[in-house]
Ligand binder design. Structure first.
Ligand SMILES: [Zn+2]
Length: 200
């Protein structure tokens, strides 16, 4: 279950000295308070969604929403609201999300860098993941490397989920039969996306 919602944080309060309470006619009895709401998920603040407030008379306890405020109180309310800055921590969730996304991009770029190094200098035991016709995926293992070719042992199994291809990468799944492939052809297959992953 995902728990989410909104929470209000008190930013600022100020006594309004020159205004008159419309309810009990006392002067200077209204206190204006400003709050900022933020969305949260599992109580981690994500981002602010609104800033508003109320005024309350300290004498008769009458609470006024902005739309109920007489003009003078409303003016002070608007000024205080523009003045009140919310805390940065109300953005903390957005910061986490941005960090996760950039970490994802970074990790992916690092992966690609490694793979292109593996492609340049193949080694016995490297596992290549590739697309099989008909929307299936499989792997092959490099058994030996020469100047211009690699000799591979294909996996005898294939799988229809790209994310599960590691589950068929077991030593006993590789056949005894060796196939030779030119290293240029392997590079082409990688560049076209037919080979989409290399693990060492
Ligand atoms: Zn009052």
């Amino acid at each position: 279950m995902i728990i989410y919602g909104a929470r209000a944080v008190h930013l600022k309060s100020a006594q309004s000295k020159n205004t008159i309470c419309p309810s009990c006619n006392t002067q200077g009895s209204s206190v204006i308070s400003i709050y900022r709401k933020h969305a949260h998920i599992f109580w981690i603040p994500l981002f602010p969604i609104s800033k508003n407030g109320i005024s309350q008379c300290q004498h008769c306890k009458k609470v006024l929403e902005p739309k109920e405020m007489p003009e003078p109180i409303k003016r002070e309310y608007v000024n205080l609201k523009n003045d009140a800055k919310g805390p940065v921590w109300q953005f903390v969730g957005l910061g986490i999300i941005a960090a996760l996304i950039s970490w994802g991009f970074y990790a992916n770029a690092e992966d690609k860098k490694k793979e292109s190094a593996y492609l340049q200098s193949p080694q016995t035991g490297d596992i290549y993941s590739y697309k099989v016709e008909g929307g299936h995926y499989s792997t092959f293992k490099i058994m030996s490397v020469t100047q211009d070719s690699i000799f591979i042992s294909p996996n005898q199994y294939e799988i229809n989920k790209i994310g599960r291809v590691h589950t068929i990468d077991k030593p006993e799944n590789y056949s005894e039969i060796l196939y030779g492939m030119s290293r240029i052809k392997v590079k082409e297959m990688y560049e076209s996306g037919e080979i989409y992953g290399i693990n060492r």
